[in-house]
Design a protein around this ligand. Structure first.
Ligand SMILES: NC(=O)c1ccc[n+]([C@@H]2O[C@H](COP(=O)([O-])OP(=O)(O)OC[C@H]3O[C@@H](n4cnc5c(N)ncnc54)[C@H](O)[C@@H]3O)[C@@H](O)[C@H]2O)c1
Length: 375
């Protein structure tokens, strides 16, 4: 599947994540020569036109079909709402285009499997959001865990939550009501990040045990935005806590809730038999490692200089457009993606298992796996 740059990436879905500062289009400037965006499409044509004008994209269309007919498009970034992912991603692959998928890859394991099969049959690459497993602190942490730097991992704590859309003092730019209804909620919206992060570090999980519930039956949008004061019924669990069993007495606890107004805790903490590590999403010292016998007989935090490669320059520079860079890299160097569809399918299975376990009160065994080798 090797391919010469620049890679032509078409955008499907001209919504928030396409044009947001932390999203894709505002951050592609630094990828000039590596990728280009020849076209954008949205079922609401005016939205595609608007972003095409804002980001100097040569063509805009009102349908996926037109985008797929454009010969300059080598790959499509599927930035449509979650419910649209499976059908549109399959159409993209069936048209012979590589795929970048927003999260989650699909809403059923069958659909996720069909996407993987369609890509394999055509030797096409699939790169999936979120990009967290590409951040340097995760790559470095994974290498150190694999090298045994903190010993056998006993357990990890993963923070994957915020106060909920509309729950912070600055409110929300649109109407966040749908986040509190079935098909969304903090599991698909936020828990997905923690699941990708911890499985990127420890590999596939084997079992899930979860609690979930609705903390209060309604919420009110805060701030001064257009929907401030809107009362939102909460009809799906807004408060999940779950445990992952990785086998051989290695566990993780992950929160996926709209009830974290603030936290001083790291994003991820991993505790091993010979040390510990803390991962942050921040510019300085995003990875801190504590080791037994750092010097003979002395335990302590490793000096930051030893972790220099953990500095997260690309994430700061590219945000979600890291996924564009990763696809281009994989195609030009003939590599299998790190954030691949198998990993995204496993994350989806964990989310489905969290829902089931919280409903039944029983642990759920997982069946899918991934290698995410990047080789
Ligand atoms: N908004 C965020 O902060 C955010 C953050 C990370 C990831 N995401 C993910 O990005 C994706 C999109 O989220 P968003 O917030 O940008 O949504 P959005 O509703 O703002 O934008 C989606 C766009 O897709 C268009 N669309 C719908 N169906 C389509 C189809 N079949 N073909 C072409 N266009 C279609 C809609 O008209 C809309 O303009 C979701 O998967 C979400 O999980 C969003």
């Amino acid at each position: 599947m090797a391919m010469k740059p620049p890679l032509g990436i078409g955008i499907l879905g001209a919504g928030v994540i396409a044009g947001d500062d932390d999203g894709f289009l505002p951050n592609i400037g630094q990828l000039e020569g590596t990728i280009h965006v020849p076209a954008i499409a949205d079922v609401i044509r005016a939205k595609a036109d608007d972003l095409a004008q804002r980001f100097s994209i040569p063509s805009s269309y009102g349908s996926l079909e037109e985008l797929l007919e454009d010969p300059r498009v080598d790959a499509v970034a599927n930035l449509t709402p979650i419910s649209e992912h499976a059908e549109t991603s399959l159409a993209i692959l069936q048209a012979g285009k590589h795929l970048i998928s927003e999260k989650p890859i699909a809403t059923t394991l069958e659909d996720a499997g069909a996407i993987i099969q369609a890509a394999q049959e055509r030797d096409l690459a699939v790169v999936c959001a979120p990009p967290d497993a590409l951040y340097r602190q995760y790559l470095t942490a994974r290498k150190m865990i694999d090298a045994g730097d903190i010993g056998k991992v006993a357990f990890a704590r993963v923070r994957s939550s915020h106060a909920g859309p509309g729950g912070a003092a600055d409110g929300w730019p649109g109407d966040p009501s749908w986040y509190y209804t079935d098909g969304s909620g903090p599991l698909y919206d936020m828990g997905v990040y923690g699941i990708h992060e911890i499985t990127a570090l420890l590999g596939p999980a084997r079992r899930v045990s979860a609690f979930g519930g609705i903390t209060e039956p309604e919420r009110t949008v805060r701030g001064n935005g257009p929907f401030a004061g809107t009362v939102m019924p909460v009809t799906t669990p807004d408060n999940y806590l779950f445990m992952l069993d990785f086998g051989e007495a290695t566990f993780a606890v992950v929160d996926a809730t709209y009830n974290v107004h603030a936290s001083m805790a790291p994003k991820v903490e991993v505790f091993g038999r010979r040390g510990a590590m803390a991962i942050y999403h921040r510019d300085e010292n995003p990875l801190e490692v504590y080791r037994q016998d750092l010097a003979p007989g002395v335990d302590g935090w490793m000096a930051a200089e030893d972790l220099l490669e953990a500095k997260n320059v690309r994430e700061i520079a590219l945000h979600r457009a890291m996924l564009f860079e990763h696809l281009a890299e994989c195609l030009s160097q003939g590599l299998h993606p790190i954030t691949d569809a198998e990993h995204a399918r496993h994350a989806l299975e964990v989310m489905l298992a969290v829902r089931e376990s919280s409903r039944t009160g029983r642990a759920v065994e997982l069946t899918t796996t991934f290698s995410g080798s990047g080789s």
